[in-house]
Design a protein around this ligand. Sequence first.
Ligand code: APR
Length: 245
Amino acid sequence: MNLLDQVSPFDPIVILTGAGISKESGLATFRDPDGIWAKHKIEDVATPQAFAHNPNAVLDFYNVRRAQMNDADLRPNDAHRALGALEEFWPGEVLLVTQNIDNLHARGGSQNLIHMHGELAKTRCNDCDEIIEGLGNLTTDMACPGCSAVGTLRPHVVWFGEMPLQMDRITSALSNCRLFMSIGTSGNVYPAAGFVQEARSRGAMTIELNLEKSLSASAFYEGRYGPATETVTGFVGDLKSRAAE
Ligand code: APR
């Protein structure tokens, strides 16, 4: 049975994205051979313990990534833009849940967007939870503009061992959606890696669009494999035809 035949234009869609969708914009993934975790140890830069023991190393790691967001050559690619367009033309609700902390989905036109692992473009105070917008360098001698504590400012990103953001809203959308799409994620990190099972157990159609089969590949109804700029534009094109029927 064709997946698209099971989806009606007013059906709610939930999309999960990961680092693979931003790869063709020039941002490294995490677990590919040239990925970020091949060059840095998670426990040195992406845990609350790392920030407590060596805040400079953690801030340096994220300062480099924040600076990338300011690079004039960094742009959303055709896959980001296709998801932005999908939200416009699809008659049903489209919710985009991204694990990515870059800003390329918003720049690609997506508005109904949850950054479940936080955002590079935001800073949070570890003491008072004040959130500050901006991509400037963070240093340990900075004072929080909310509570004046010094050394408490950190990137507003979810580290290993911390709870992803807006899980209630995500869980509710997963249980109501009729189509779940997973794009550019390896399926290594929970809870995101379990979303396909949640959506499927509530009767949603499920499709994986990835460069290669992810760890969760067997849980999907359909898989299309190749670069996101091709698979995502192709599948969103199919949804556009479906919406026009
Ligand atoms: N198009 C589509 N998929 C691609 C492309 C591409 N051009 N290039 C790579 N991929 C795929 C890889 O094959 C891999 O399956 O994207 C996936 C990226 O996987 P990861 O590097 O593990 O990234 P992700 O799944 O987003 O990681 C999840 O782990 O470290 C944490 O917090 C970090 O949010 C991140 C989480």
